[in-house]
Write a protein that binds this ligand. Structure first.
Ligand SMILES: Nc1nc2c(ncn2[C@@H]2O[C@H](COP(=O)(O)OP(=O)(O)OP(=O)(O)O)[C@@H](O)[C@H]2O)c(=O)[nH]1
Length: 371
């Protein structure tokens, strides 16, 4: 049995964590508010979850995460997308935060979930990972959500710096999920968030289940670590669940298709290593067909680990984890972020030079109101 820690930082991280807990409780979206009080989690592994946030309202909004796992790091009502304040708060509250992790015992692996663009999650995550890697010797993976590109200059510049800092923090890999890429999920913004969070939760839970299952063909934590250490330290995940009998080759291809991935990439061009885990009834899992399809992928990618879990009377499900040696979409994002940083810099300089407003204000210097 694996011991796994999942931490959600900031609002986005908290919400994805809550979605993971909801799925783990086996609950549908309509589940009542009180579920957390009488349900026990149905993880096979021993999974501890921890939500950290400076904004108490974000923590209160969580429905499926136990109160003892929602930790308020006091600082007004969030850090307002200011990563410098976020970093300062983390340093001030570091021991309180690390004690929460310490109290939860020892782990085989940890995930840290966050948005790249907000203030709290994106500034806490690199510092937290750095601290965890200093104190513990288990791998720490980050799942990082990229912003909608139209969310503004501050979010774009935060993204550029936070991803760079997470890469330098000692994290054992970064799994990317891109709001912009996934936004065609449709509906209102809240529905899009819920849909994206569910996609991420489903993939993470499948992965945890796979790493801790009896397999006909085995992929384990070691294989996952090898996959994640490949490429440029960036990865993404795909998932496909068949709702009827379909050829296993098609199910594998579907898990690698654009509509299944969390981040825009052509896996045959940009992936560096992969892990494919297939689950389903034995009668759907032709080993020959699986091998042919996996060989096609390894021909393009390099090394592909494959795992097969037999679950009677289940249609095939396929999870793909792919590390990337290049990521064109990330390069585009950094170009846009550089423009955003320059735009902010120019604005700041204009304010500092401040001439126009300062001149206007100074006109009344030394004067008194006359009545
Ligand atoms: N996928 C997804 N993205 C979200 C969700 N909530 C917020 N975001 C994205 O997260 C980014 C903002 O980061 P937050 O996590 O809200 O910020 P925070 O870490 O709480 O930081 P502060 O509010 O600045 O203290 C934006 O790009 C949002 O689009 C969510 O539930 N799901």
């Amino acid at each position: 049995m694996l011991n796994i820690l999942v931490i959600g930082n900031g609002q986005c991280g908290n919400r994805i964590l809550d979605s993971i807990n909801r799925h783990a409780l086996g609950r549908g979206k309509s589940c009542g508010k009180l579920a957390r009080f009488y349900s026990t989690q149905r993880f096979k592994s021993h999974v501890e979850t921890l939500a950290l946030n400076t904004a108490i309202n974000d923590l209160k909004e969580m429905k499926f995460t136990k109160a003892k796992d929602r930790i308020h790091i006091e600082h007004l009502h969030g850090v307002g997308a200011n990563r410098n304040i976020g970093k300062q708060v983390f340093e001030e509250k570091k021991e309180i935060i690390m004690r929460q992790i310490e109290e939860r015992g020892n782990f085989d692996m940890a995930f840290v979930l966050t948005s790249a663009s907000g203030g709290t999650g994106s500034s806490f995550t690199p510092l937290l990972v750095k601290e965890m890697k200093k104190r513990y010797n288990y791998p720490v993976y980050c799942l990082v959500v990229l912003p909608f590109r139209e969310e503004g200059t501050l979010y774009l510049q935060n993204t550029a710096f936070s991803i760079q800092e997470i890469r330098q923090s000692g994290a054992d890999g970064i799994i990317l999920a891109d709001n912009q890429y996934l936004k065609n999920i449709g509906g209102s913004i809240q529905e899009a968030y819920d849909g994206i969070n569910d996609m991420i939760a489903e993939r993470i839970l499948f992965l945890l289940d796979a790493l801790d299952s009896e397999m006909m063909m085995v992929t384990d934590l070691g294989d996952f670590q090898t996959v994640m250490s490949g490429g440029a330290g960036l990865a993404t995940m795909g998932f496909f669940r068949a709702d009827k009998e379909i050829p296993i080759k098609t199910a594998i291809q579907n898990s690698l298709s654009p509509s299944s991935l969390l981040f825009s990439t052509d896996v045959y061009e940009e992936a560096s290593r992969a892990m494919i885990v297939i689950k389903g009834d034995r009668k759907y899992l032709s080993i020959d067909d699986i091998s042919t399809e996996i060989e096609k992928l390894s021909g393009a990618v390099g090394h592909v680990f494959k795992g097969i879990i037999v679950r009677s009377s289940e249609y095939p499900q396929v999870l793909s984890v792919l590390t990337l040696e290049s990521a064109r979409e990330m390069e585009n994002l950094y170009s846009v972020a550089v423009q955003a940083i320059n735009q902010e810099k120019t604005k700041k300089q204009r304010v500092e030079e401040g001439s126009k407003m300062e001149k206007a204000f100074s006109k009344i210097e030394g004067m008194e109101p006359e009545y």
